[in-house]
Design a protein around this ligand. Structure first.
Ligand SMILES: Cc1ncc(COP(=O)(O)O)c(C=O)c1O
Length: 480
């Protein structure tokens, strides 16, 4: 939610109060320099004792509600037939409109099952934009992930409200080129994670549905961030201003054949699900559930999390929840735009994204500007962000570096966790860093895992720029 002050200024407003808190600390810059070096200049490998604001991700780190904690205590811990699962299935039917649902341990487990059941080597899966784990599962099967966005999607500075739209013309061409038998499904991702949390419009989803119908193709929705996409449709799409987020989410779900989500995001728990109204599709996936995840009524999740997910499912369409990070991101991005910091616009869901190639124009893409910027931001602030650029791409089949379409440093806003003063602090340190951007240079790998290398890879700075940046910080700001 946002609220207008008497001055006319709009600010994000929290529609909740804190009833339990976690102490955080800001270690001195010298400690931060030591910590990032120990972590191989990879923010994933930092320890939380060294982190002030953990803005790595919104996954599994959102604040849960009192009712979700109550559901933890009330959960029915049976291996099979747990009533908590049936409460959860009812919540899925009420909120998303699907009759058939299975839990999985998290979003990538759903991607694994969908790739295993539907894709074959040589297949092509069109998507508005890939997510790292989606692409990994599709490629492990021997299929490929085709990104068919509008060119505007990659313009980091834009006023296009729906940069997450799929280009229907390009989709038609892909179907023509590969033949519909080689396209096991078409995938739409709600607020596309890797291109700056950008939503797609309902009109676009309807158009993609029509093309799928024409060719008899399965349409899959990755709804990990569906409530943000719904909230942004309400704010930005003509004809939806007077619909509730709940109605919009229901309408989106009604347009697709198969739905999956990471429950770590919108439902603020640790789990995932696959749901549909198509019994035939459901029955193709269901036999594999106990093989890879667990029995049908828990699917690899703890029953406590399933109970909390049922509550989170109902809460995620409450505009106070659906808009909680969207409004903070809008405020954050707005502040950075005021001082000319290169940041993805328009603001979307999930995070504030710095455009690392414009922030650090002297760092070539082969030296990972988004990774350098994430490390430099940590040194200058204790804020943990995430590289979403070339480090997050794996090498191609020939082992060649695959340069990312855009280099983003993602500063995530987990739901209901941080406040405006935290954002003001982040804005200040980003501005300081921007003034000293010429100090920051590139990185090179010293250890590179073969798949999803961004998680565990270790890098080193080219030159001694971490030390130089820390020294400049100490001279001008002090230890903290
Ligand atoms: C859009 C999207 N899909 C899938 C996933 C994978 O979900 P999980 O991390 O729960 O495995 C994520 C995770 O961030 C995501 O953002």
């Amino acid at each position: 939610m946002s609220i207008k002050l008497s001055s006319g200024r709009e600010i994000p407003i929290e529609m909740h109060k804190a009833r339990m808190v976690q102490r955080i600390s800001l270690v001195p810059v010298e400690e931060r320099l030591r910590a990032i070096a120990e972590a191989g200049y990879n923010t994933f490998l930092l320890k939380t004792k060294d982190i002030f604001l953990d803005m790595l991700t919104d996954s599994g780190v959102n604040a849960m509600s009192d009712n979700q904690f109550a559901a933890f205590m009330n959960a029915d811990d049976a291996y099979a037939g747990s009533m908590t699962f049936y409460d959860f299935a009812k919540a899925v039917e009420d909120v998303l409109g699907y009759k058939h649902v299975m839990n999985v341990h998290q979003g990538r487990a759903a991607e694994h099952l969908l790739a295993k059941v539907f894709a074959k080597p040589g297949d092509a899966i069109p998507t508005n934009y890939h997510f790292t784990t989606t692409k990994a599962h599709i490629e492990l099967i021997g299929a490929s992930c085709l990104e068919i966005y509008y060119d505007e999607a990659l313009k980091t500075e834009s006023s296009n409200p729906f940069k997450g739209n799929m280009d229907p013309e390009k989709l038609r061409k892909v179907i023509e080129k590969y033949g519909k038998e080689k396209v096991p499904f078409v995938r739409m991702e709600a607020t596309t994670n890797l291109i700056g949390g950008q939503p797609f419009s309902m009109a676009n989803l309807k158009e993609i549905r029509k093309i799928c119908d024409k060719h008899g193709l399965i349409l899959v929705l990755d709804g990990s961030l569906i409530s943000e996409n719904g909230y942004l449709i309400k704010q930005r799409e003509k004809g939806y201003e007077n619909k509730s987020v709940a109605e919009i989410v229901r309408e989106m779900c009604g347009l697709v054949d198969l739905y999956y989500m990471s429950g770590r995001k919108n439902t603020s728990v640790r789990g995932g699900l696959i749901a549909t109204n198509n019994k035939e599709l459901f029955d193709k996936i269901r036999p594999w559930l106990p093989v890879y995840e667990g029995f049908y009524t828990y699917g690899g999740m703890s029953m406590r999390e399933v109970g909390a997910m049922a509550v989170g499912m109902r809460e995620m369409v409450d505009p106070a929840v659906a808009g909680s990070s969207v409004e903070q991101i809008k405020y954050f991005v707005g502040k950075l735009v005021e001082t000319g910091i290169p940041v993805v616009t328009p603001p979307g869901g999930l995070a504030c994204h710095l455009d690392a190639m414009r922030f650090l124009p002297n760092v070539p893409q082969s030296q990972y500007p988004a990774g350098s910027l994430a490390a430099a931001l940590y040194i200058s602030s204790g804020i943990r962000s995430m590289e979403r650029g070339t480090v997050s791409m794996d090498r191609d089949k020939e082992g060649k570096e695959a340069l990312a379409d855009i280099e983003l440093t993602r500063i995530a806003l987990p739901r209901r966790v941080y406040t405006i003063s935290h954002i003001e602090y982040a804005v200040d340190r980003i501005n300081w860093l921007y003034k000293h951007r010429e100090l920051v240079k590139g990185l090179r790998f010293v250890f590179e895992p073969p798949v999803l290398r961004f998680f565990d890879g270790r890098l080193e700075p080219i030159g001694n720029w971490g030390r130089e940046l820390a020294d400049a910080f100490k001279r001008e700001i002090g230890d903290h």
